[in-house]
Design a protein around this ligand. Structure first.
Ligand code: 3PG
Length: 217
């Protein structure tokens, strides 16, 4: 569990991908590996998600693979069977969290209020996805909602992009950011894997720049 979190923290960004055609999965994984960002959250928003996970787990074992938009325990179980090593959900679901923790798998439920955060804390979690962070109010909201909860860290997601990434990563309680801007559905559909690789390269540069200039790690 700790190892996955350490890697997510090191990468600073978790690319969220929605795959319609399982044939695209491997090329997409290669683009992220070539771009120096070997991490991917496959969203359970299409029927292809499970198969995409299976193919990547088999062909690109060096990529840190997880599943997102997990709404049920069955989906969590399918994702883990397919090779996912972490689980994201848009909201907090105590059953999904309990299931993942029992399997010893890191789980990051989405929270957006202090009530959500308290429920997640009760489940024993210390790192939460803050979603959808930009419409909620960006870093200002993040700092305000987090202030009563010392020791809790966040993965802001929802509206994060290359333009605002450094603002989020500069907040000490931010482990990493999640987002679809590196590999948006349109780029995957257009099979523009070079574009995805180039955005991964640009993203890594932003992460490195922020980390170099900051006093925290
Ligand atoms: C998610 O499922 O985590 C989000 O939809 C990603 O948000 P974004 O598309 O605004 O990056």
């Amino acid at each position: 569990m700790t190892q996955v979190l350490t890697q997510i923290r090191k990468f600073g960004v978790v690319p969220v991908v929605t795959i319609e055609d399982p044939e695209d999965a491997s090329k997409l994984a290669d683009a992220l590996l070539e771009g120096g960002l070997p991490c991917m959250e496959v969203a359970f928003r299409t029927a292809a998600a499970g198969e995409a996970l299976r193919r990547i787990a088999l062909c690109q074992p060096d990529l840190l693979l997880g599943a997102g938009t997990v709404l049920t325990v069955d989906q969590a179980s399918e994702a883990l069977d397919a090779g996912a090593r972490f689980i994201f959900s848009p909201g907090f679901d105590a059953e999904i969290v309990a299931y993942c923790l029992k399997q010893n798998v890191p789980v990051f439920p989405g929270v957006c209020t202090t009530t959500d955060i308290q429920a997640a804390l009760k489940s024993g979690l210390k790192v939460l996805k803050l979603f959808p962070v930009e419409p909620l109010g960006g870093t200002r909201y993040l700092k305000a909602v987090a202030s009563p909860f010392p020791g809790i860290e966040f993965i802001p997601t929802g509206g994060v992009d290359e333009g605002n990434l450094s603002c989020y990563l500069s907040v000490p309680i931010v482990v990493a950011c999640g987002g679809s801007w590196i590999a948006p559905a349109e780029s995957i559909a257009a099979k523009n894997f070079d574009g995805i690789r180039d955005r991964a390269v640009a993203t890594v540069k932003v992460v490195q720049k922020v980390r170099k200039g900051s006093t925290h790690e």
